[in-house]
Design a protein around this ligand. Sequence first.
Ligand SMILES: C[S@@+](CC[C@H](N)C(=O)[O-])C[C@H]1O[C@@H](n2cnc3c(N)ncnc32)[C@H](O)[C@@H]1O
Length: 230
Amino acid sequence: MSARLNDPHHKSISRPSRDALALLRGVLRQRAQPVVAEIGVGIGATTREMARLLDRPGAVHLFDHADVLDTLMAELRAEGLPEVVPHPNGRKLFESYSWTLALLLREMRARGEDGVFDFVYLDGAHVWAHDAPAALALIPLLRPGGVLLLDDFRWTLAASPTLNPARHKPTAAHYSPEQIETPHVALICEVFLDHDRRLRPMNLPPPADGGPPLRRAYRRRATPAPAAGA
Ligand SMILES: C[S@@+](CC[C@H](N)C(=O)[O-])C[C@H]1O[C@@H](n2cnc3c(N)ncnc32)[C@H](O)[C@@H]1O
């Protein structure tokens, strides 16, 4: 096991996502060999459990900065886990998994396919600039019946231990006060995903602390729901 998983510095990302694994188990009951994607891998707490559950090479696609993926993939190999598929991007300001996903969508359409992934866990930057285009690209990248889980539904820059403006000066320079206080993932769900007729919102178990929802999930419908009033 990687020493990083026990490093207090990584405490907030050292445990696998309970909701991601529960949803993936549900997907596995319906499809024998699902293809899954994790967008934003951290130190691989959830990645490892998903790779163990799927237990075959090529089933898990990972999106993150190239250096983050290189480190994690070396660890996964050393631990004897099945080979994953990396989708790296660089660290320039506007380099992002959202761009990588757009190119993947373009390739998928060129092949004439309808969907690539049976389960996607979107857990990257949690900010509008990256996650709004990522979420929009992910809808058609889901296979019909596929599930999209968005983490950090209530996350804000203001409450982030590392990115709040007192701790991280560029935050105040890059974002308005409203953008610092607003949960970006919740806004993406509210304005795009909740109204998308290709998606059906799913119920998740309430958070253990009894607080507001921490994540939101959707299933891609086999056929889009009719428009309201149609
Ligand atoms: C919260 S961590 C992911 C935790 C992981 N899903 C888990 O369950 O343990 C967020 C990840 O998003 C990645 N990320 C943030 N912004 C990114 C960007 N612009 N491009 C690629 N990866 C990014 C970070 O490098 C980090 O690994």
